[in-house]
Design a protein around this ligand. Structure first.
Ligand SMILES: Cc1cc2nc3c(=O)[nH]c(=O)nc-3n(C[C@H](O)[C@H](O)[C@H](O)COP(=O)(O)OP(=O)(O)OC[C@H]3O[C@@H](n4cnc5c(N)ncnc54)[C@H](O)[C@@H]3O)c2cc1C
Ligand code: FES
Ligand code: FES
Length: 1340
């Protein structure tokens, strides 16, 4: 409990209601305060570290100086409640509700289909709302900038942008949906011959913009006048709040601040809390005293002089941005180089929410190596005023200011008061550079600030300053390089000396933190080269030099295109005769999208606290392979609030779960086999207490030396989960012998973290009698959890009731691991007899729950000169991790899809699941298919490169074209595959663009474009027949309303909406009369997982059958009263209930015979993507993507298009950016959005078109539809191959031809190094990397 301190307390408002806290706990952040104390659960926890935006709220403050009210979007997870004095907080609940009135930002995201699982939606809503509060008529750029700090894992972002572009003031021709304009080449993605058409088409739209609520600012909550009065008070008193462990002091004046700093020199100053907050949260740093000077006016003072601007160190990045924008206007253009350079960097610091709170002083004082500001501040001659009780001093912010990682020359009792940013002098220019793993909202890999000052009317350098970030423990001044330039004319020979000096000056050992050693070094050269071009341009502009920059090089300093254009979604109208009431085949909003957008939608952790509830925190192994010698809980049990420690001994029933014949311990007993394996758990009366308890548990280990991390290690030590599988058709050896050429190649595909926005969450409530347990959780497979909990507790299944209201994203990651975690939570509830909640932190989730399998694919291919492939032999090794989980099944599915869309007569595949000492991998959307298909497509690329032909030609030559047998002897008709291919070529104008790209590539040396078209044939259904079944329970109530329950879980894929449409058609009543409340093992038993793209196929059928039975039962009544309404027929009847079971397809695969019918049918699709690549940095933009998908007759085009786009963008992440990194001792480095980058708004193709193939049908699934949840993940590889295409063009310039290995993901690092530019070669040849040879990260 916090102690009373006797000061005035904290006054703030939340959604118009006054809150007074006399003694808030300094360790409480606004997010948990809102969710737990105020029960405002609309604001979500996604990462806790400012990286996802799920917790976005608006904070408004009154500024007594300007007499204005400022609104800021902020991350509630990083905002200490103690900092809220005088603030008005607005949450998603405060702006609108389904019960009263929606706000247009809530309505539009929902209606535009921008909410799938909905977990990110409140955060999106609040970012957009804040933007509109500040700017009711934003541009599209404002919208994407305002949303850049928000992540979504489901939608692919396009519908969110489309929904919110409706607020833009002037929808230019490029912003109108379905408009005819298309960007010309050079500015966007048109071709070289000029603009490319998109014609107005008479097509139905996914959502209507006609009846949208207008934006009416007069409806917004007013700022509380009381807070204005509070802000006007001149003498602010010191606030001091004492929590259980920490004291918070907020001084009201500068003098007090300096006194406090003298009294508590070790106490940090908490400003934006974006650095110190992360240290305390994630690194276990503890500060007993914290000083928060956010109410000291001097820290926010801004003054402009003729020599520059002086900015208070407390100013946030957003304020600094406005200051610089103003200065750029106020100063003569020549003087503003420094301001512009700094502004460019600030615009890319974090997302909007971070920029709104992170301060200039905090950024400098944090002194971390890849700050975007410090290299520019240092290069640009900025100075800082340091202040203490002993006096003030002005110090330059230069290399001597930064002493090392997180160390500056500031003394413990000093504060940074202000920073002076000088205007540039005549003949001086400053530029800033930055390269990051994602274009927005990502810390830089390498950044730089460079300044040069010339002699008057000369190109002779008077002074030069070059600073880099990201290449050492602190920023680095390239002094030696600068010396090569200083005093000499700015010309090629001098710069060549400088590059040579630089490559010697910046050295990174192979184990340098952050890895990417060669890439980072080559970036330092590339950025200097870019600076060179900019300087040459400047000198040319001043007529100081005569030489022209060669035209071919100019694009090196032009930014990549970034203008988003409206996408086009084509689908078929329902037939003319279809009743207007029948929703099947029509776009229909996700049934709870509005509740998701208002924050009313309930996720597992939104359930209210139950009486006596405990919180559970899992303790995991810190060793990759070791014996557990002791678990010492004694200290933990002494801590306040800690109730118990749960170990394997406490499990009353089965202590393990069995997968594919292998047992997986729920909690480790004697031995651990990976870092992150669950060992025990602490339960306490609060999350904070449970965390502290967990930190106090001591586990002693005896390390075992035989560690296996990579697939190579596993192969060498024959460490596999058996059986290994093999499949073969034809005679591969003969096919290879008959071939005119044979080539052997390989590719490695990295794993992928699910990154569902809602982490694994559970609430287990013991009912108190007859051993009944209620389990509320977020899972794709409630029955599996039910069985697991029952087995673990040793009770029958009929005592365990699993309830799933909705799932905040799953993607395969909420099946097996979820069941294990639920079982552990259930043991705690069983043992303590109290309800137990467990919600994993993002980092815990990423560590414990596994990911997509990394795969090493090797191949040998035989082919003829005409491009025909005669034989292919594949070998796949999947890194399964330490337990079997579903890895053997993944390895099998790999073999069933190894052919993708190609008819290769002699074909063989072998696959093995490697057992390693890494966390166990599990199912992920596509279940091995996205990996194996990348292997065959890479092989095709290699064949093309060997033959000097285009990959699309080889694809076309080898594609299945007529009724065929797969390699497991299943007959199918590829007609729609070929149609998708042809339509995609045509709609994407592939051939014209290929020509335009060739021309572009000839004209540009350092920017290259690439294009690729990739098909997919994807089998739908489970190869185990029993998994294709489903059941449904339908209740008809006397008032005519209907409650449908079925076995599918709603996780954003829209299954409940489609099922509602099915029931509406079958019962012939409006969809609004049909409700789906939850998925519960109590209503529908023995359900199958919502997976394999089969959810609607199976559950939709069950609901259809059930509704038909009921409708038929009503027939006598209908006949008696043919003119009656539904209401008449059902009222007065006994309540109708029916449970229907749908027995699905009998699918199976006989691995002995290597044949079977493992799939009900195939879904086909083709994607074409074009990218532009910066060869100097590896950065790229997807200019355009066109997808043609055969999904039969869509039940709901808006949902299906959403699945296609969302999966595509997830695939784009898999193949081009998402990297899981492990330390050499098997520790996962990437444990949050800070280190692990999923696609963001900036990664969506600038033009994104989706076409649903017309005239397709499918006799194997409900209403002729097809499953689509998984297949299009693979289409993201069209971006991978487009990058490879661009790299091929760059390599051609470098004199390289033929196949080359580009591993996945094709990150900027890989793409840049593969381009083999002059600079990457310089680094490779320098061989100057020094230090221990152990690389920083494993290549698993
Ligand atoms: C999600 C996320 C994304 C980010 N992206 C980027 C990015 O792209 N580029 C980039 O450069 N940075 C980025 N950052 C880092 C961010 O810019 C810094 O954390 C921030 O500037 C620090 O300021 P603050 O006010 O939050 O500092 P706090 O966390 O409040 O304090 C940090 C430290 O600075 C000290 N301090 C603060 N003010 C003063 C002062 N006036 N005098 C003396 N010491 C002081 C404190 O004692 C403390 O030790 C990101 C951070 C997050 C969380
Ligand atoms: S939860 Fe706050 S940003 Fe992710
Ligand atoms: S809808 Fe955005 S994360 Fe699910």
């Amino acid at each position: 409990m916090a102690q009373q301190t006797g000061n005035d307390g904290l006054v703030f408002y939340v959604n118009g209601k006054k809150i007074m806290e006399n003694n808030p706990d300094p360790e409480t952040m606004l997010l948990s305060y809102l969710r737990k104390k105020l029960r405002l659960t609309g604001t979500k926890y996604g990462c806790g570290g400012g990286g996802c935006g799920a917790c976005t709220v608006m904070v408004s403050r009154y500024d007594p100086q300007t007499k204005s009210i400022n609104h800021w979007s902020v991350n509630a997870c990083l905002l200490p409640v103690c900092q809220l004095h005088g603030a008005a907080v607005t949450t998603v609940e405060g702006i609108g509700s389904t019960k009263t009135k929606l706000h247009p930002v809530q309505e539009r995201i929902a209606k535009a289909h921008g909410s799938q699982c909905g977990f990110c939606t409140p955060g999106m809503v609040m970012s957009m709302y804040t933007l509109l509060r500040n700017n009711p008529q934003p541009t599209l750029e404002d919208v994407t900038e305002g949303l850049a700090g928000n992540l979504c894992r489901c939608t692919g972002y396009r519908p969110i942008v489309d929904g919110y572009r409706t607020f833009c003031e002037s929808e230019s021709c490029c912003q109108l949906n379905g408009s005819a304009c298309y960007m010309a080449n050079g500015n966007g993605n048109g071709n070289e011959n000029g603009s490319v058409e998109v014609t107005e088409k008479d097509q139905p739209e996914l959502f209507s913009k006609d009846d949208l609520l207008p934006l009416d600012p007069s409806q917004d909550l007013i700022f509380p006048p009381e807070l204005m009065r509070l802000a006007e008070v001149k003498d602010q008193t010191t606030q001091r709040f004492c929590g259980e462990r920490m004291t918070w002091i907020s001084p009201g004046s500068l003098d007090e601040l300096l006194q406090l700093k003298a009294d508590y020199p070790q106490a940090p100053l908490v400003m934006g809390n974006t650095n110190i907050g992360l240290d305390m949260k994630f690194k276990g740093v503890f500060h007993p005293v914290i000083i928060s000077p956010t109410r000291v006016p001097e820290l926010f003072k801004v003054t402009q002089k003729s020599e520059g601007v002086c900015v208070g160190a407390g100013c946030s990045m957003s304020v600094l941005k406005s200051v610089l924008e103003r200065s750029i206007k106020d100063f003569p253009l020549e003087d503003t180089h420094m301001f512009r350079a700094l502004l460019q960097q600030i615009n890319l610091v974090g997302g909007q929410q971070i920029r709104n709170v992170a301060t200039l002083g905090g950024n400098i004082a944090s002194a971390y190596p890849n700050s975007d500001l410090t290299p520019v501040l240092a290069a640009g001659r900025c100075t800082l005023v340091a202040l203490s009780k002993d006096g003030r001093r002005r110090v330059p912010i230069d290399k001597d200011f930064f002493l090392g990682f997180a160390k500056t020359i500031l003394k413990p009792d000093e504060i940074a008061l202000s920073v002076f940013i000088p205007a540039t002098r005549p003949n001086e220019i400053v530029h800033a550079f930055r390269h990051a793993p994602r274009k927005e909202n990502a810390l830089a890999t390498v950044n730089a600030g460079m300044r040069v000052w010339f002699n008057e009317n000369s190109n002779v350098v008077k002074e030069i300053s070059i600073y880099y970030g990201g290449v050492g423990a602190t920023i680095l001044s390239a002094d030696h390089t600068s010396q090569q330039i200083e005093g000499r004319p700015w010309e090629e020979a001098v710069l060549s000396d400088a590059y040579r000096a630089l490559v010697d000056e910046i050295k990174l050992g192979p184990s340098a933190p952050g890895g990417k050693v060669d890439f980072r070094r080559s970036l330092t050269l590339s950025l200097l080269f870019k600076f060179n071009l900019l300087v040459l341009q400047y000198l040319k502009g001043k007529d100081v030099t005569q030489g022209e920059i060669p035209q071919k090089m100019l694009s090196a300093i032009q930014p990549l295109p970034k203008n988003t254009q409206p996408g086009y979604q084509e689908f078929q109208n329902v037939s003319e005769g279809q009743s207007a009431l029948d929703p099947v085949g029509r776009p229909m909003m996700h049934r709870t999208a509005l509740s998701q957008a208002t924050g009313e939608a309930v996720y597992c952790d939104d359930l209210p606290h139950t009486d006596g509830e405990l919180f559970l925190v899992i303790i995991t192994s810190s060793r990759p392979h070791a014996k557990i010698t002791r678990i010492d809980c004694s200290e933990a049990l002494k801590l306040p609030g800690v109730v118990d420690v749960i170990t394997a001994k406490d499990i009353p029933g089965k202590k393990f779960k069995t997968f594919s014949g292998y047992d997986e311990e729920l909690l480790a007993v004697d031995e651990v086999t990976c870092v992150g394996q669950m060992v025990c758990a602490v339960v306490a009366d609060s999350k904070a207490h449970a965390k502290r308890g967990a930190a106090a548990v001591k586990i002693s280990y005896e390390d075992l030396q035989d560690r296996i991390f990579t697939v190579e290690d596993a192969i060498e030590k024959e460490s596999f989960f058996l059986p290994k599988r093999m499949i073969e058709r034809g005679d591969v050896e003969k096919g290879l012998r008959d071939a005119e050429q044979v080539y052997e190649g390989e590719i490695r595909i990295g794993g992928q973290e699910h990154f569902y926005l809602e982490t694994q969450s559970f609430l287990v409530v013991p009912v108190g009698e007859e051993k009944e347990m209620k389990v509320y959780l977020s899972t794709q497979h409630p029955t599996f959890t039910q069985e697991s909990v029952a087995e673990t507790l040793g009770i029958p299944s009929n005592r365990v009731f699993c309830h799933v209201k909705r799932v905040g994203g799953a993607f395969g990651g909420k099946v097996t691991k979820t069941a294990i975690l639920a079982s552990i939570t259930a043991v705690a509830a069983w043992k303590t007899g109290r309800p137990v909640r467990c919600v994993l932190e993002r980092g815990e989730d990423m560590l414990i729950t596994g990911a997509r399998h990394p795969v090493w694919g090797k191949y040998k291919v035989g082919f003829m000169k005409n491009g025909r492939i005669t034989a292919a032999d594949f070998q796949y090794y999947a890194n399964a991790g330490n337990t079997a989980d579903e890895s053997v099944l993944v390895a099998e599915k790999i073999l069933l899809h190894l052919d993708n869309a190609y008819n290769i007569t002699n074909l063989r595949g072998r696959s093995a699941a490697c057992k390693t000492n890494l966390p166990s991998n599990t199912a992920f959307r596509g279940f091995g298919v996205p990996q194996c298909m990348l292997v065959i497509e890479s092989m095709i690329d290699d064949v093309a490169l060997k033959l000097g032909r285009l990959p699309e030609e080889i694809r076309e030559i080898n594609m299945y074209k007529e009724v065929s047998l797969t390699h497991y002897k299943m007959e199918f008709d590829p007609e729609n595959l070929v149609r998708c291919w042809n339509e995609c070529i045509e709609k994407a104008e592939f051939r014209q663009r290929r020509q335009a790209i060739d021309l572009f590539n000839r004209q540009n040396q350092f920017k290259k474009r690439g294009i690729a078209i990739v098909p997919i044939k994807y089998g739908i259904g489970f190869a185990e027949g029993f998994l294709n079944q489903a059941a449904a329970l339908v209740h008809i109530y006397k008032d005519g309303t209907v409650l449908v329950s079925h076995g599918g879980t709603e996780m954003g894929q829209g299954i409940h909406t489609k099922v509602q449409q099915v029931a509406s058609r079958e019962l012939n009543i409006p969809a609004s009369s049909i409700h789906i409340s939850e998925t519960s093992t109590q209503c529908v038993p023995n359900t199958c997982p919502s997976a394999a793209s089969f959810g609607t196929d199976a559950n939709g059928m069950a609901v259809k059958d059930a509704c038909q039975i009921l409708y038929n039962r009503l027939e006598p009544i209908r006949k008696k009263n043919p003119k009656g309404t539904w209401q008449n027929w059902v009222s007065g009847q006994t309540i109708k209930i029916v449970l229907s079971v749908f027995r699905g397809h009998d699918l199976d695969m006989d691995w002995e015979k290597q044949e079977g019918k493992p799939y009900a049918y195939f879904t086909y699709a083709v994607a074409c993507s074009e990218i532009e690549l910066d060869c100097l940095t590896g950065e790229y933009r997807t200019l355009r993507t066109d997808i043609v998908a055969d999904i039969g007759r869509s039940i709901n085009p808006s949902i299906d298009v959403g699945q296609i786009e969302g999966a595509f963008v997830q695939g784009l992440g898999l193949y081009t950016m998402e990297e899981l990194k492990f330390s050499p001792s098997g520790v996962l480095y990437t444990r949050g959005p800070g280190q692990y980058k999923i696609p963001s708004f900036c990664d969506v193709p600038l033009k994104f078109n989706v076409y649903l193939l017309a005239g397709s049908s499918n006799t194997h699934a409900i209403y002729s539809s097809k499953g689509i949840g998984e297949p299009t993940v693979f289409l993201g590889s069209s971006v991978f191959f487009a990058i490879k295409d661009a790299v091929t063009a760059a390599r051609k310039d470098a004199g390289l031809s033929g196949p080359f290995q580009l591993n996945s993901p094709a990150t900027p690092e890989r793409a840049c190094l593969a381009c083999a530019t002059h600079f990457t070669k310089m680094v490779a040849q320098s061989g100057a990397n020094s230090g221990p040879v152990q690389p920083w990260a494993l290549n698993i």
